[in-house]
Design a protein around this ligand. Structure first.
Ligand code: FMN
Length: 346
């Protein structure tokens, strides 16, 4: 159906409602679906409303926007927010990942390109704006080092600046909703990526390699001990394991049991982030940059213009929500803005 003018879109969730009426049902379902009963999918969204803010008032917050720009692995971006890697952008728009690359460039935010792209990596890399930084997400077959080496060399050749290694998918995601529409996978293969494999990969390249899918404080600590430059807390948008925690919950566990982790490496997190306040809550725990997946995929029904609009919306929301919470400088934010003693853990 015809889409309303993109400038009239108000919030990130609106893109999903518009996409539902616009995309064909199986493509929409592929984006939307989570694992099994989708309890973790709903939990990803609900976690943020359970985590209450403690807004301070009568603070001088006029300069909040100047604290939005953030370095990620040493590269400058306009926001502490990035586009998480999501497969098959071509389901929303024939321009596929190109709309995401160009929208990211216009908003000067980081885009982590999925390994399962609709467009080729060459096309995606060629669509970069001058000086634009892209990271490459990788799925590897731990039984085929030759193939892994080829993936690393391709990423280097095409100018990707870091590798995001997805480690939360030791087996297929059990996606009932997607399977019903023939867009799930059900091949029951297992491929565990171990820390040994991670360290082997790091010996093969000078690109930073960031494990994506860390879900416990134990694994965060192991990542530090292995010298990882960054970790990405994620339950894969609740598409792998129903019962897995949202990035906020993992960040909270680290905050409580090993807060020094946040000073030892860069921590990224995603899962269910839809509003500016969600981003503020993650930053308050020590997260350096926050990922958003589905909303950007749905915004791509408009192509580049939709992605740009989504960035504009979340940029404004981060600033006004931080200001209303009494944050003068996002770089100085800490957990005192969260009512953690009343956070319902169960
Ligand atoms: N994560 C990956 O590491 N690689 C992928 O190829 C990938 N494909 C995805 C495809 C879709 C349609 C979705 C929704 C998620 C995918 N993810 C993938 C997970 C995202 O990177 C991210 O962790 C998740 O979408 C964040 O949750 P959100 O969608 O609630 O923002």
């Amino acid at each position: 159906s015809a889409l309303p003018n993109v400038s009239t879109v108000v919030g990130l969730p609106d893109f999903q409602f518009l996409a539902e009426g616009h995309m064909n049902l199986s493509s929409y379902t592929y984006y939307h679906s989570g694992a099994a009963g989708e309890w973790s999918y709903r939990n990803n969204l609900e976690t943020f409303q359970r985590a209450r803010l403690r807004p301070r008032v009568m603070k001088m917050v006029d300069d909040i926007e100047s604290s939005l720009p953030t370095q990620i692995l040493g590269y400058n971006f306009s926001l502490p927010l990035f586009i998480s890697p999501c497969a098959r952008a071509g389901y929303a728009n024939e321009t596929g990942e190109l709309g995401l690359v160009r929208g990211a460039a216009a908003g000067n935010v980081l885009y982590m390109v999925t390994d399962f792209s609709s467009r080729t990596k060459e096309e995606i890399s060629a669509a970069k704006a001058e000086g634009q930084i892209l990271f490459q997400q990788l799925y590897i077959d731990p039984h085929n080092d030759t193939a892994t080496l080829e993936q690393i060399r391709e990423a280097e050749t095409l100018g990707f600046k870091a590798l995001i290694l997805t480690v939360d998918s030791a087996a297929d995601g059990n996606r009932h909703r997607a399977l019903r529409f023939g867009v799930g996978s059900a091949d029951s293969s297992y491929s565990s990526i171990t820390w040994e494999k991670y360290n082997w990969m790091r010996e093969q390249t000078s690109l930073p390699i960031v494990p994506k899918g860390i879900q416990t404080v134990e694994d965060a600590v192991i990542a530090v001990r292995n010298g990882a430059p960054a970790i990405f807390l994620s339950n894969h948008g609740a598409r792998q394991l129903d019962g897995s925690p949202n990035g906020f919950e993992v960040a909270l566990e680290i905050h409580e049991q090993a807060p020094w982790v946040f000073d030892s490496l860069e921590v990224y997190a995603d899962g269910g982030v839809r509003y500016g306040a969600d981003v503020v809550k993650l930053l308050a725990l020590g997260v350096k940059a926050v990922g958003v997946g589905r909303p950007f995929m749905f915004s791509n029904i408009y192509g580049e213009a939709g992605v740009e609009r989504a960035i504009e919306i979340i940029r404004r929301e981060i600033a006004i929500d931080a200001a209303n919470a009494g944050i003068a400088d996002l770089k100085q934010i800490n957990s005192s803005v969260l009512a953690l003693n009343r956070y319902p853990f169960w």
